[in-house]
Design a protein around this ligand. Structure first.
Ligand code: SF4
Length: 395
């Protein structure tokens, strides 16, 4: 750990060299494409955005390189419909287990007076916070009443659910509300949506390192080839991100598509085959809604028939959302959909740090530490750039 910190975090000499390389490639691209050509790179991970902002990496970029955040926060993209359903269940006396970051996730209109599971708990509903699915399993075994797990997450979280199911460790009184989402289809969607909006297009993808430890690099290669732009799978330290930006610029300069792995210390081409197999055994892929965005093809995971006795939808007669019934589900004036699709920045929202703050989130991107608005609220868009950059002699 210490070595990783020294090499990837506290390494001003390497940061400085990488900055020079980034500027060199950016200048070569500018000379070829003209001064108005914007090299927009999208990260797909709340932790990447956190590192970018916290370490002030935007301040190290040349003028023609823009780093934008993507839809990589599982809390931000969880549709309001599922929050509503969970609140109703909790008021009906069914214990709802949730992770801490989804606990404060606001819906659009209050359900029985509550805008979130946290408010529901305050009003006497049955909501319990857990750190893991296993915690919920243990607690449900002790408390034999019907309960529901609010199952959010991406590919990184999915195996932790799947392996408990395949290990036959889940008691029959614990049901699962699957709101799991898959990241490559959303990355592809975001790239295409930016272009369809007529904005300057995304030129490269900074793909999520932790998701890729499970999926491997292969799906990102497919996204790259389908969108025609390069992708680099990146680690989470500032040096990782600077290296990924440098690699992406080199690929753009050379007209390369495909995927490169910067996060070689954790990611392989094939990924974690055991985890992938557990996910496939328990879940199947389905079209699924993303908050403020709508349905994205094959971007969700639902429980297979064989695990139907745990499926909260089937067992409690809950209706799944359909594309026809999905409604725009952000609170009035909240611009989270555009924020998560890299179309605008948090300060472009009229409510940012006015009626929407980390203490009192109005929209979903202000809740989790991985939410873009929450990250910008804590550190400012440029982050600690001035402080860290000056200290390193970089700005
Ligand atoms: Fe939504 Fe709040 Fe972000 Fe505005 S500042 S986009 S209301 S989360």
């Amino acid at each position: 750990m210490e070595l990783i910190e020294r090499v990837y975090r506290l390494n001003p000499a390497l940061a400085s060299s990488l900055k020079r390389i980034i500027w060199k490639y950016a200048e070569e691209i500018r000379r070829r494409e003209g001064k108005d050509f914007k090299i927009k790179l999208m990260n797909f991970c709340g932790t990447h955005e956190w590192t970018t902002v916290h370490f002030g990496l935007r301040s190290l970029m040349p003028e023609n390189v823009e780093l934008v955040a993507g839809p990589g926060c599982p809390v931000c993209i969880t549709p309001a419909y599922y929050v509503d359903q969970a609140i109703k269940l909790a008021f009906d006396g069914i214990t709802v287990y949730t992770f801490g970051d989804a606990y404060r996730l606001p819906t659009v209109r209050p359900v029985k007076g509550a805008r979130s599971l946290m408010e529901a708990k305050g009003l006497g509903a049955e909501v319990k916070l857990v750190y893991s699915f296993l915690d919920a399993v243990e607690e449900a075994k002790r408390d034999c009443r019907t309960s529901v797990f609010f199952g959010i997450g991406f590919e990184t979280t999915a195996p932790s659910y799947a392996m408990v199911f395949t290990g036959k460790g889940v008691p029959s009184n614990l049901l699962f509300l699957s709101i799991l989402r898959l990241t490559p289809p959303a990355a592809k969607y975001a790239v295409q949506a930016v272009e369809a909006r007529g904005l300057s297009p995304i030129q490269g993808i900074i793909a999520p390192g932790h998701v890729s430890t499970i999926t491997g690099a292969k799906p990102w290669d497919e996204v790259s080839r389908e969108t025609g732009i390069p992708a680099v799978i990146s680690g989470f330290e500032p040096i990782d991100l600077l290296m990924s930006v440098a690699l992406l610029l080199k690929m753009i300069k050379n007209g390369e598509v495909g995927v490169r792995i910067e996060y070689l210390r954790a990611v392989s081409w094939e990924g974690n085959l055991e985890a992938q197999s557990a996910i496939r055994k328990v879940f199947y892929m389905a079209d699924a809604p993303w908050r403020g965005i709508g349905f994205i093809p094959k971007s969700g995971l639902k429980l297979r028939q064989g695990y139907g006795k745990y499926d909260a939808f089937r067992q409690l007669g809950l209706k799944e959302l359909s594309p026809e019934e999905w409604k725009y589900d952000l609170p009035p004036e909240c611009r989270c959909a555009e924020v998560t699709l890299g179309m605008c920045k948090p300060p472009d929202c009229p409510l940012f740090m006015k009626s929407c703050t980390p203490d009192k989130p109005w929209g979903p991107c202000m809740v989790s530490i991985e939410g873009t608005c929450a990250v910008w609220a804590r550190f400012g868009g440029g982050g600690l750039a001035d402080v860290v950059g000056k200290e390193l002699g970089l700005v």
